[in-house]
Design a protein around this ligand. Sequence first.
Ligand code: ZN
Length: 311
Amino acid sequence: MSTLYITHDSFLEHDTGEWHPERADRVRAIDRVLSGETFQNLHRVEAPRATREQIVRVHDRPYFDFVERAQPTRELIPLDDGDTIMSPKSWEAALRSAGAGIQAVDEVMQGLAANAFCLVRPPGHHAEAGKACGFCLFNNAAIAALHAQAAHGAERVAVVDFDVHHGNGTQSMFWARPDCFYASTHQMPLFPGSGSIAERGEKGNIVNAPLRAGDGGEQFREAFESVILPALRRHAPDLIVVSAGFDAHRSDPLANINLVEEDYNWVTRKLIDVARERCGGRLVSLLEGGYDLTALSRSVGVHVQALLEAS
Ligand SMILES: [Zn+2]
């Protein structure tokens, strides 16, 4: 079977302004790596648009309508305090960013592909049910996970998030859904401020393993080995969705964790192991953050290489 590489040119046209770290060059840098000879066996697919119905499984309907109406015709507009920007092409990109996860879930759940990597922007894990946040418009990972339940009969789903920021949006969407598991490593204290160990969800379905500024691969692996992976195994998901942010890399300008490419290789293989044990290898990975273009593209390279070798 194959590994899907799902992306779309509209992600290059989501314009966040000249100095914004979450910029189109991120997609260009990653695509350059994934277009190399090492990755010629990837099965490249265009991201479709997610539908309103698929998005409002996790977002409030008035919020969906607000974002649609906010779409500017010329200028850039902020949706929150200034971090989360909409440009004339952002609505299209946001629909396809969510749609990439939908397409990945459709193919992986039907056994048409082994696993998938979605090269998307805007990212998703900070977006809350009724609020844009932290560069994110729609919560791509939560939309994908709930689509697996609604369209493919998955009973239990899991989102594992190794972005350096806590996925406050995903956590709050899953808080009262015991069939939806969310686990995260992230630097704390750091934006958005949530993600303490004490935040566990209504039924213990949330697992936070915060790291401290200056921590590196050793602490990251310990958090996965002793906390996240055992809890993920106990949840026994029918699908694992990965919120794959690469801003815990030591070269990243937005945080202070010292991971290197080999740590991303390690964590990807560990998640593949659990996916094989618990759900036939079904794993869908979605890009979140990562802002140093070299570190980001190399880290995605080892992540996708591991997915390919497992397919
Ligand atoms: Zn991040």
